[in-house]
Structures are given as C-alpha cells and as structure tokens.
Design a protein around this ligand. Structure first.
Ligand code: MCN
Ligand code: CUM
Length: 790
C-alpha cells in the first residue's frame, strides 16, 4: 500500500477519510439550523389492524409540542399516500388501516427530540386487530385477509405474475433430459442495516417558497423529482442535499414516510424540522431485502452438461410494493439466473404477493435481485454435483462460458459484455490449493475427525450499470447520468456528478478518473456530489452503477475538456490541431515534443487575454450526459473453507478466497475494500441474519441483539485475487464492483457448510445456517427460518 498520489489509476488513500477519521464528516444528524424543531413517528404495534380513531389532544397539549400530524391531516392536503418506486402507493401516515408492525401512524413536531418522543405516548389510537399474512406461501389462500383493500376492487394479495425465457423450449429439454434435479430454497428476508439510520431535515422557506431537504439519499435528483410529484411543489424550488452517508447498501434509495412528514412538518410550522430514526425503527420499517421462495430445477446430461434451468418464485414484497428496480422488471434482474454457464435455455416465473411486513424489496447490495439469482443457480449446481457424485469445481469448469463466446447473449436476453470465466475459476482454485484441500478433507473424513471440513464454491456474473435509458427507467426517469467539469485558470478542476457516495470513495476514484484523462494530480480535482443545486441531473448510486455510468460520464466530459484544450493549444503553439499529440497532461507538436503546452498553461490561456480559435468561447469547462449502451458484467470465483462442529452446529469460516474481475480497476485498494465489505455481508447472510416475525407479525429482529452483524471475529483474513477483462463499451474499461461480493459470497459459504454436512446425506438447508439450524439439519430436523436467533 502506498500513500503517494499517482497521476491517475492506482492505489491511493481515500481523500474523504481525512475528514471521516478526524470526526469531521457531516451527516444529516450533524446539521443544525437556527430554530430547528424535531420530529418523531408513532408506529403501529400491530401487523394488521383497522384504525378506529386517533386522538391527539393530549399530545398537542404537552408543552413544547408544535404540531401533531396524522393521516387525516395529510389526507386534507392530498398527501396521505405517496407513489412507490414500483408504481404502487404507500401510506405516508395510515388512515384506514395499519398493514405492518412499525408502520407510520402519526408525526409529532416538538422543540426537542425528548418532548417529541414523550408526546408519542400521549397519542391514543384505537385499533381493531385483524388477522395477518406473514408467510408468503399463505398470501394467496382463499381465506387470507386482503391487505390492500385500499386499492380499487382488490380482492386478494396478488401483485404481479411475470415470466422470462422460453417456456416451451425449456419444457422440451426437461422432458428428455437424462438427469433432472429440483430444489426448494428460501432466500430469507434480510436488512441492509447501515450504521447511519435514515432521517431527514426539511427547511421550507415561506418567503422564497424554497424547500431544502437534507436526507441520506443514494439518488438526490430522483428524490427531488419525486418530492415535486408527491408534494406538488415546483421542482426548481426544491433542493435535496445528501451529505455524508454512513452506509446505504440500497436501503437509502427510496423515499420513506418520515421524509415526507419532515417536509410537511416544516411547511406547517414554518421552521426547519429534523427527524432521525432510531435503530429499531430502521430495522423494522425501512426497506428489507430478498424474501424469495424459489423452486429451481436443472436439466443435465449424465456426465454433467447443464442444458436447461427453470425456476418458480414466490416473492414477498411486504405491505406496499416499494422495490427500487427498473420499471419494466417487476422481479428486477432476477432473470439473469442462468448465471455464468453455457445453458441452452431457461425459463422463470415470478409471482409477487403482499404480506403484513415492511415494504421494500430489492435493497441490500443486490444489483436488482441478481443476488437471489446467483444464490439459486450456485446452490442448484451443488445439488446437481451432489446427485451426480461429481466434484462441484469440475462441474462448474465443464459448464462455464468460454472466453470465445463473448459478447454472449443469455437465454433470457442479456448481453454479457466480456469475460474469461475458466481463467478466473482456475486462479481461485490455484490460490486455494483446491486439490490439497480436497485431499485434506478426504483424509479427515477417513480418520473420523469430529470437526467437519467443508469446501464451497460459487461463480457469479453480475449485471451492473443501468441503463441504457430506453430500457431502464424508474417511474419514467431514464437511467442515465450527467457530469460537469470545470477547469480553473490555474488548472485545478472541479468535477460535478449525479451519483452519490455512501462510503464507496467516489471523491477519490472520480478524481482519479479525471486525473488519468487530464494528466493532473487527483489532489487537484475536487468532486462535488449529493446536492441537486450543484450537480447535473442523474439517477444516482445503486446497482453498482456509479463507475459504469457516472464514471463513464466523468471520463467522457474530461475528454471533451481535453479536445477543447487541443484547440486552445493549437492557437497557443500556432500549429494545426491535427499536428498535436497528447501525452498525459500535455499537448505537444508531433515530432517535436519540446514544443508544447501543459494543461495548466492551456487552462490559463483559455481564460487569458488572447485570441481564441474558432469554436472555443473561452475556458475549458464542459458537460456531458452518459447513456450507457449496455450494462457491464463483472464476475468472480469464490471459494470458502469452513469447519463445522457437529455437536454445537458452530461454523468457523477458516478461509475465503475471492477472485474478482471488474475490468480495469481505478483504485485497487478501494475495490478490495468493497470486496472485503461484501464478503463480510455474505457471511452475515449465510450464517447469521434473518428478519424474523412471529405468527402475529411481531418483528423479532428489531435490535442488533437479534439481528446480527458479522464482525472481524466471524471473518477470516480474506485472500483476494484478480483477473482483468476490460468492458469493451466502457470508456475506461471498468465494470462496477460495489455489490459483487455480497452477491457472490453467500452461496460459497452455504455450499461449504453443506459440503461439510455431506457425510450425513444432507443435500440442502436454508439460510441462515446458524448453529442451531446446522445442528437441526444434522439431527434431521427442519431448518427454522421463523425465529431471529434459531
Ligand atoms: N471502483 C474502481 N474500479 C472499478 C470499479 C469500481 O476503482 N473497476 C471503485 C469506484 O470508483 C467506487 C467503488 O469502487 O469508488 C464502487 O464502485 P461501483 O462498483 O461503481 O459501485 P457504486 O459506487 O455505484 O456503489 C454502489 C454499490 C452498491 S449498489 C451498494 S448496495 C453498496 C456498495 O456499492 N453500498 C455500499 N458498496 C458500499 N460500500 C460502502 N462503504 N457503503 C455502502 O453503503
Ligand atoms: Cu440493491 S442495493 Mo445497492 O443497489 O444500492
């Protein structure tokens, strides 16, 4: 690791860390405004209940309380319901019914947080409890209570049916296949659980009509447009500021009722209103992820050639369908589920249902549901290997797409841009010492060693960097991103982008992109993001789209600046532009390298008292909107080694080898950090995490005592490797990487545990593989996915 600053790509310490490690970051809760009031939300104790009455009089009478807002107040303003990212509607504050435990019922604005919280206790709500739907598998039963009776004529809990792929072709192959395996599996409900909870500070200026909202959003511009739509405010009078964010992981893409309440609170009181969630509120009420019940099937030949794959999914979307994914795809990118393999055909069917659980859907480092798809196919590959008695690495090698098949069109119509999969898997196996590991395992089994050793593999292909805009939109907003580059007279630059870092280090890597393209130091580039008044429009950061889209915009806008600099240089040097050539940071005369001008000299000249060439109005600044031609497809091979104690069910992750290919790496150190984080996430999901509910819909994981986060104690020292297959359509050849490890690693961990349990004849067990679940599996008892700590 080096602290020196390169001229472009390479390892360098994160610029933003200078303020983070000195406690100088500025998060929403750090922002203090004069006269600021504080909000608190009253939440439903029931999973499903009719609201008979809400009495706020005692709360209003409490000294220090400035306003109590209910669903009825909002209904009067036409704001009781707001659109979700999936074109459903969600109650801002409940009017008719509450539909999940933790749902927002009333909002108190008071002089301080404590008074606001005290006032919540004084609000009297009369509920008539109703039966609830907690298990998605019962949501469509005749007798199931209808959750969304607010929707016109809604008589059941069905949201959508959706399919992709070729049903007839798939069926035909299954019919004549030599081998068929089928496996039910659950990807349980989990939560992104960022360190910083959600919150908002709204400041409505009655005089100017300007509304400023600070909130930790991953997509500030999309939020601004949605606020304009929801609140009916003119968009040019709205400024969304997303300051430093303490982790988003997808949970900060959407708009939560509390944000709207803070805005209404500010409009009603004429004062700035801040609302910050506590941990339990965050775990109970903000976007969850997964909750997919899947039945996957593979058709193959006796010698392990996979021919077809099909899957049926029951998707639990909670009480409001609020998933953040491109409008056309109700199941996100789940249909990339043929994964990394050369499979002739595939078919999937997904049914979405409502349940009495918190809304949301895709969020949590998911690339729009590829997480579930990768888990499915990688688990199925191991199930097939189990049935064929084949080594899972050999089975994968046999079926991986070959380098000469790229660009490759998948059976469900996705065009993978580039890859060399066997090389990446081979490197992972070499790093792991795969054959030695298998030999050790065999020896230990032969010796009757009590500790069970397991080796698990996964191979994943991701699809990240949405658009192009004509195929991908959210509520009609096409997924493209803007960038602006200003170059000051002294050659220092400011890059303004529409994406927003939540910890991914954009202030560093985006400066490195400009530095690489312009030949200046990254220290001479400031990156501005997260403020709609200061940045160009774009759809923000999720689905690992920043590098593929905004990063491309940053490169392209810098190239525009470079082209303009060339014209200025030609005037300065009195040669034709065609006679100039670019070497990092400098235009010089071809064949006469001494005769040239640095970008700093050119910047000064572009602002100077000189005659500028035709086509250059003055200075070098440029703007650009990047509409990606395709997604980028990063991939990787993961190998996990575990030791399982059969007496306690305890799993120790002994080693984890991860070889990632995200094309050209801008800052390898940041990429490795992203992978470390994602691998820890994977261990969390595979072994520890579960958003559990009792049968009445009571949330059983509303604190970090019940919803466990992996720490350094549970994680091994990661062993990382890399291969580099540049994206052919991305200006710098980079692919996104921010979610790769979260997507790819759970299957490797689960496969490793099940490999350890193979001597017991166990083929599959659902996550989370907590000690008691592993122990239950060994005892032949069903896995429990209904308890927080099982
Ligand atoms: N990078 C690079 N070279 C590449 C690819 C990426 O140097 N070839 C760098 C990027 O420039 C950026 C970082 O790695 O600094 C991640 O880039 P990218 O893959 O483009 O992902 P995004 O920046 O769009 O981040 C989003 C992604 C998502 S969707 C989730 S969820 C997630 C993740 O990032 N949430 C995170 N990583 C997270 N990391 C932190 N610390 N906090 C979160 O909330
Ligand atoms: Cu789906 S979690 Mo990330 O895409 O913000």
């Amino acid at each position: 690791m080096t602290t020196s600053t390169p001229m472009g790509f390479g390892r360098m310490h994160r610029k933003e860390d200078a303020r983070f490690i000195r406690g100088r970051g500025q998060y929403v809760d750090d922002v203090q405004l004069p006269g600021m009031l504080h909000g608190a939300i009253l939440r439903s104790p029931h999973a499903h209940a009719r609201i008979l009455s809400v009495d706020t009089s005692a709360a209003e009478a409490l000294p220090g309380v400035k306003a109590v807002i209910t669903g009825e107040t909002l209904a009067g303003l036409g704001l009781a319901w707001m659109p979700t990212l999936s074109k459903d509607v969600q109650a801002v504050l409940a009017t008719d019914k509450v539909r999940f435990q933790g749902q927002e019922v009333a909002f108190v604005v008071a002089e301080d947080r404590y008074i606001a919280r005290d006032a919540l206790e004084l609000i009297e709500v009369d509920y008539e409890p109703l039966p609830s739907v907690i298990d998605a598998r019962t949501a469509l039963a005749e007798a199931a209570p209808v959750i969304r009776d607010d929707l016109d004529g809604k008589k059941d809990n069905h949201i959508f049916d959706w399919e992709a792929g070729d049903r007839a072709h798939t069926e035909a192959i299954f019919e004549r296949a030599e081998v068929r395996v089928s496996q039910d599996m659950l990807y349980p409900r989990v939560h992104p659980a960022p360190l910083e909870t959600c919150g908002a500070l709204a400041d409505f200026d009655k005089v100017t009509g300007k509304l400023t909202v600070w909130c930790p959003t991953q997509a500030p511009h999309a939020h601004r447009t949605l606020y304009a739509m929801v609140a009916g405010l003119p968009e040019h009078k709205i400024r969304v500021i997303s300051p430093d964010i303490g982790g988003g992981f997808g949970g900060k893409v959407g708009i939560y009722p509390g944000y709207v309440c803070a805005i209404v609170g500010s409009i009603v009181t004429g004062k700035p209103v801040k609302w910050m969630e506590d941990r339990s509120e965050n775990l109970m009420s903000t976007a969850f992820a997964r909750d997919y019940h899947m039945t996957g099937e593979i058709a193959a030949t006796q010698d392990g050639r996979v021919q077809a794959i099909r899957v049926k999914v029951l998707a639990d979307h909670g009480a409001f369908n609020g998933t953040a994914q491109p409008t056309k795809f109700p199941a996100g990118f789940f249909h990339v589920f043929s994964g990394s393999y050369d499979i002739e055909t595939a078919h999937c069917e997904v049914t979405g249902v409502y349940s009495n659980k918190a809304p949301g859907g895709v969020a949590y480092a998911c690339s729009f549901r590829i997480t579930e798809a990768v888990y499915l196919v990688e688990r199925l590959m191991d199930v097939l290997a189990y049935e064929l008695g084949m080594d899972p690495a050999e089975l994968r090698m046999k079926n991986l797409l070959r380098a000469d098949q790229f660009p490759y069109t998948s059976p469900t119509g996705w065009e993978y841009d580039s890859g060399d999969y066997p090389r990446t898997l081979a490197l992972a196996m070499e790093m792991a010492g795969y054959d030695k590991l298998r030999a050790e395992q065999a020896e230990r089994r032969a010796n009757g060693d009590r500790r069970l050793m397991g080796i698990g593999l996964s191979f994943f292909t991701e699809a990240v960097g949405a658009g192009p805009r004509k195929h991908m939109d959210i509520l009609g907003l096409g997924m493209a991103d803007g960038a602006e580059l200003r170059v000051h007279p002294t050659g220092k630059a400011v890059l303004r982008v529409s994406c927003q870092s939540q910890g991914q280090g954009h202030e560093t890597t985006f400066a490195q992109i400009v530095a690489e393209e312009l030949g200046i130091s990254p220290d001479d580039v400031d990156v501005v993001h997260g403020d709609t008044d200061q940045t160009p429009f774009g759809l923000g950061t999720y689905g690992s789209r920043s590098t593929p889209v905004s990063g491309a915009a940053a490169a392209m806008v810098t190239r525009k600046v470079r082209d303009r600099a060339k014209l200025v240089a030609s005037a300065m040097l009195e040669v034709a532009p065609d006679d100039l050539e670019w070497t990092k940071g400098r235009w010089s005369v071809k064949g006469d390298p001494k005769h040239g001008a640095t970008i700093q000299e050119i910047a000064l000249a572009s602002h100077g008292a000189v005659e500028l060439p035709e086509g250059v109005e003055g200075h070098l600044d440029a703007t650009c909107v990047y509409n990606p031609p395709n997604l980028t497809y990063p991939f990787g091979a993961y190998i996990c080694v575990v030791d399982v104690d059969p007496d306690t069910g305890q799993v120790d992750v002994r080693r984890f080898i991860a070889v990632d290919d995200c094309g050209v790496r801008i800052n390898p150190m940041i990429v490795e950090g992203q992978i470390h984080g994602g691998l820890a996430d994977g261990i969390g999901m595979a072994l520890m995490q579960l958003m559990a509910f009792d049968e009445d819909g009571n949330h059983l994981g509303a604190s970090f005592m019940d919803y466990l986060l992996p720490t350094a104690v549970e994680c091994p020292s990661w062993e990382l490797g890399e291969t580099v297959t540049p994206s052919p359509h991305h200006p710098i050849g980079a692919k996104g990487v921010g979610e790769s490890a979260t997507v790819g690693s759970p299957a490797a961990v689960v496969n490793a545990v099940l490999d350890a349990l193979k001597p017991y004849g166990i083929r599959h067990a659902d996550m989370p593989l907590t000690p008691s679940n592993v122990w239950r599996a060994i005892q032949g008892r069903p896995i429990r996915t209904d308890l927080a700590i099982t």
